[in-house]
Design a protein around this ligand. Sequence first.
Ligand code: UDP
Length: 313
Amino acid sequence: MSTKKRVLITGGAGFLGSHLCEKYLNKGWQVIAMDNLLTGSMDNIEHLIGNDDFSFVKHDVTNYIHVSGDLDLILHFASPASPIDYLKMPIQTLKVGSLGTHKALGLAKAKNARFLLASTSEVYGDPLIHPQNETYWGNVNPIGIRGVYDEAKRFAEAMTMGYHRFHGVETRIVRIFNTYGPRMRLDDGRALPAFMAQALRGEDITVFGDGSQTRSFCFVEDLVEGIYRLSQSDYVNPVNIGNPDEISIMDFAKEVVKLTNTKSKIINKPLPQDDPKIRQPDITVAKAVLNWEPEVSRSEGLKITLDYFMKKV
Ligand code: UDP
């Protein structure tokens, strides 16, 4: 019997899930990736197949989850996560955040495993405080088009705390802010893949609204380090992980134009309903509890990501 620790990563073939698979393998864990491949892709984990410490199970976690043997940790990352994806798949998004979280927590309880929930800055909705810290309860429109994701994740947080308080499951909650890097899907509709694909193809770059809305983009390597540290800490309350370096979407589009040297023009398109106007993580808790802060600047991270997208376009 191996003495290595075992982690189950739901959504393991997704953008973040696949980077987490690598992270835990590098830290000496055995990794089981589980994914129904709705938005995830085998391309993201192809290079891990054949590693004795890695296995993949195709399964929809809204149904009963069976894993044989011991588990030390479950990272619950399964969910459509880009606005376009969850608008296209509203019911699956609601189900994986609710039923899927329930199943994954049930498994954690049965295996006596620690459970870490991938939550989101979307729990803050269109925020009325800035930057957002973890004590803010948010400003979410439950019946708006983003409600299927926001409320599913808010429910998932409530369910996680329920299992912690009632069943004594060891739980962690990470609130993930905008993250980018290799293995994002070119067509996931998010700002960065959209802008890079448009720039590389010489198409117009579509800024929604006047582009004055802000986001704060974190490079994926920084994010997975923060998540790893949180999983190893004893801090139960939610922790924001993200890069506080805030930028308007118009300036972000201009950065992509400059980096790619494209002749593409920036054009404006209507702003989607309930699109948050501002977003910046307050990472005081992550700094204090995890001794974590991002290290990769946007200019470094964007170069690495561009190399990836150039091969994909
Ligand atoms: N956005 C944009 N053009 C696009 C895609 C997105 O201007 O082609 C804007 C979007 O309206 C939002 C911001 O970029 O204000 C970030 O969008 P994204 O979908 O990446 O993530 P969000 O933070 O909204 O979940």
